[in-house]
Design a protein around this ligand. Sequence first.
Ligand SMILES: Nc1ncnc2c1ncn2[C@@H]1O[C@H](COP(=O)(O)OP(=O)(O)OP(=O)(O)O)[C@@H](O)[C@H]1O
Ligand SMILES: [Mg+2]
Length: 605
Amino acid sequence: MPLIQRLPEVLINQIAAGEVVERPASVLKELLENSLDAGSRAIEVQLQQGGIKQIRVADDGCGIDREDLALALERHATSKITSLEDLEAVDTMGFRGEALAAIASVARTRILSRATGNAHAWKVSEHDRTPAPAALNGGTVIEVEDLYYNTPARRKFLKSDATEFGHCDDVFRRIALSRAGVGFQLAHNGRVSLRLAAGGMERRVRELLGDEFMQHVREVDVEAGSLRLTGFAALPAYSKASRDAQYFYVNGRFVRDKLISHAVREAYADILHGSRHPAFVLFLDLDPSTVDVNVHPAKTEVRFRESRAVHQFVYHALQRALAASVQVAPLPEPVSAVAYSVPEQQRLAVEEPALAGYFTRPVAAPAFATPSPTLREPSSFGASFGSYSGSSASLTRTADTYPPVALPSTTEGAPLGYAIAQLHGVYVLAQNASGLVLVDMHAAHERILYEQLKQVVDGSPAVQRLLIPAVFGASAGEIATAEEQRDVLAQMGFEVAAAGPNELAVRTVPSLLARANVADLLRALIADLRDHPASAVITERRNELLATMACHGAVRANRQLTIPEMNALLRDMEATERADQCNHGRPTWVQLSMNELDKLFMRGQ
Ligand SMILES: Nc1ncnc2c1ncn2[C@@H]1O[C@H](COP(=O)(O)OP(=O)(O)OP(=O)(O)O)[C@@H](O)[C@H]1O
Ligand SMILES: [Mg+2]
């Protein structure tokens, strides 16, 4: 039998270091967290050679008393908790009392500190733990040099200076993002690479993620009970090909948590294409006693006591923020006085008869701005487009049945305005209070259909039985899939069966899609189901399938729309959640303000 021996203290710490100190960036993280726990308002970081040669963190926090200096380097010594109750409700970044001990066991480590009220500073190092007087105005300076100088095997795992600096930079940004009220500075090899003044959250996010990110975000601030989610989530137009703009904090701590990632992914699922990654900076705050941060030595994972509730909360809060309909989407800033230096009459040229004649149809009145019921438009685009189960009368309505009426005053009315014309069978042009609205007709309709299909399928789909079944050619594979997934297809409103060795027959379709090309639609759906069969519980897959259906059901390019149809589409967009994002994450409409148009013509300059 081998002898059992107690390990020497240094080796114990070196083993612990294996978990906590993976590379320079992990040292930096621990030092920054200590500075924050000390209540610092300004933190300065200096790195040499990617942090391998030196990491120096100086703060203006509370400092460490002479008597505590040596203890700070000892394992299991902390000022942050004293009992199990403390641990269970910990609100500091650190609590294990082992980071500095671990660091000091694998690198040359010096601490200089002047606690508040002390006449001067004191210093200790990993090899000389008796405090000696030192000079420092206040706060603490910790210097960590030659990482792994005494553990060459581990040193070999370090990458190039540039790579290690990159990791340090990531850590620095993560922490700086979480504390906008603290000033930060980062320098590498003597050159300052980031300087962040203490200030508000929005400014900090803008400084670290850029103007473009801020231009595409929805602000999130949702509270429910003891849970609160705040921050900024980018709309899909700003999505990324990688995950590098994803910041999620739980009680101020950056975490990578499976449960949270899942909730976020789900919230974006409806509007973001699968290969794109959303960008966000989100803070979840909750009662510390309901979350266990003592799961992982580096504390990047957490465990929620009510994990399901947290998941639901994050999912719904984010989904709602992203879904906020166009009515609440920020309209462009009001047109300035300069831009209005031209008489109103001239500016709204489309109202003038001479110009109005350019358009193929007279401009019709919007439905709800018109008091007379005889002038009412079909209230939904689908009804007028004819793909819903609306009465057949609505299908035949065109602009010609409406008397030409002038556009309403541009200062009131619908957010997306009123249709003026259709461009190349692709775009709808509309005039609203701010200027010109351009709508991608297919994308917008696809979005609306998708949301409507979702609502319908949530109940049981309103189906339309075809008088004559639609029969189309199908491969053996397609037929097999259709049969295997018969129940799933039925749930979506399709009754499909083999009509022969090479044919499928469709007997029912969802009413919403009655006008779509059934063969194309089903082929796409079956292809989807073949790649990823859906089970009886199809919720997640269901939305993907609905997206396929909406895409095929939506009005195609080159379909001539009447003005009432276009107006109905605009009204549907306003009423539909997320109408400004199509299912593939492309925008469905854009606003060109009078200001922007004026700039094109250098008006008022
Ligand atoms: N910058 C600092 N300013 C003031 N006190 C500090 C600073 N850095 C460390 N300390 C003191 O040293 C102690 C030990 O720090 P260390 O990081 O090893 O442990 P911890 O932060 O308590 O827990 P953890 O191991 O989870 O980080 C802290 O509890 C704190 O009292
Ligand atoms: Mg610590």
